[in-house]
Design a protein around this ligand. Structure first.
Ligand code: ATR
Length: 270
């Protein structure tokens, strides 16, 4: 039976084993998928050992995504763009490929929920790792413009600069945001601590869709704010989590699983 693992620290609450077992059942694949708590200085040794005992691939979560990026022998374009790897593929020749499926998870979730990206104007709030991972997959959907706004403006500027070869992208101070954004994506960790980004309410109110990469049993404060301001579609990051897993599964197994029923089960379990 082919073996996979998700590696992180902490890892106890990871839903990945559940999600991948559901995908395996749905697509009739015979796999084992476990979670592994790895010491902060033990990532590389664990990966080599897991590969040596016949592991086929690995998901990587906090805090090892940059280390996985450095460890991979080859990288997908989107992993290179993200500067981080969440999916390792152990190739038959012994080499390791690093990929990043987080951005596709977001894009796939938006499209699943009938939110079109093509020719839409998109605001990304935040300029950390989560934002960086999703920029290229978003630009690949041909939005009319992507604007990045961040508390530390210089980080938004350098992120926009990094991707300006790939599409129409710029950065902007929170206070200078103007015009209508069709989709607003919150990639900051602010909602986890109950904080709202300092964005004018009129910017939020005019959006068709607000997306928060965070999720929880309660609606995030960002989505509650957007809903109260009249935004018709508010979506949390649970679908992105399931979507990135589906894309990893596709890479490893050659079949893209459906996400709806897993997402429903996850929602009920929150
Ligand atoms: P991640 O990998 O999850 O993106 P990160 O790289 O630490 O984590 O980035 C966190 C993001 O959330 C950053 O954009 C950060 O803004 P700064 O670059 O100015 O630090 C943003 N963030 C965190 N707390 C915030 C808050 N209370 N208000 C606004 N932005 C916040």
């Amino acid at each position: 039976m082919d073996k996979y693992v998700v590696v992180g620290n902490p890892i106890k609450h990871s839903k990945s084993p559940f999600i991948h077992q559901q995908f395996a059942q749905q697509t009739d694949q015979n796999i084992v998928y476990q979670k592994e708590l790895v010491d902060l200085d033990g990532f590389s040794a664990f990966i080599q050992q897991f590969k040596a005992v016949g592991g086929k691939g690995c998901n990587v979560t906090v805090p090892f995504k940059e280390e996985a990026y450095a460890l991979a022998d080859t990288l997908s374009e989107r992993a290179r763009a993200a500067g981080a790897v969440n999916t390792l593929i152990f190739n038959a020749d012994g080499s390791i490929t690093g990929d990043n499926t987080d951005g596709q998870g977001l894009v796939g979730d938006l499209l699943n929920q009938q939110v079109a990206i093509k020719e839409k104007r998109i605001l990304v709030i935040g300029a950390g790792g989560a934002a960086r991972g999703c920029i290229l997959p978003i630009l690949n959907q041909s939005p009319s413009e992507v604007v990045i706004a961040n508390r530390t403006a210089s980080k938004a500027a350098s992120l926009a600069q990094q991707f300006n070869h790939a599409g129409n992208i710029k950065s902007c101070e929170f206070a200078e945001l103007s015009g209508v954004f069709d989709i607003i994506i919150n990639s900051t960790s602010a909602s986890l601590s109950g904080a709202l980004p300092p964005i004018d309410e009129s910017i939020i109110a005019q959006a068709d869709c607000c997306y928060d990469m965070a999720y929880g049993s309660e609606e995030t404060c960002f989505l509650a704010w957007a809903r109260e301001l009249g935004v018709a579609k508010t979506i949390d990051g649970l679908g992105m989590l399931v979507g990135q897993a589906a894309e990893s599964f596709r890479i490893w197994r050659g079949v893209l699983p459906k996400t709806d029923s897993v997402l429903n089960q996850m929602r009920q379990g929150l």
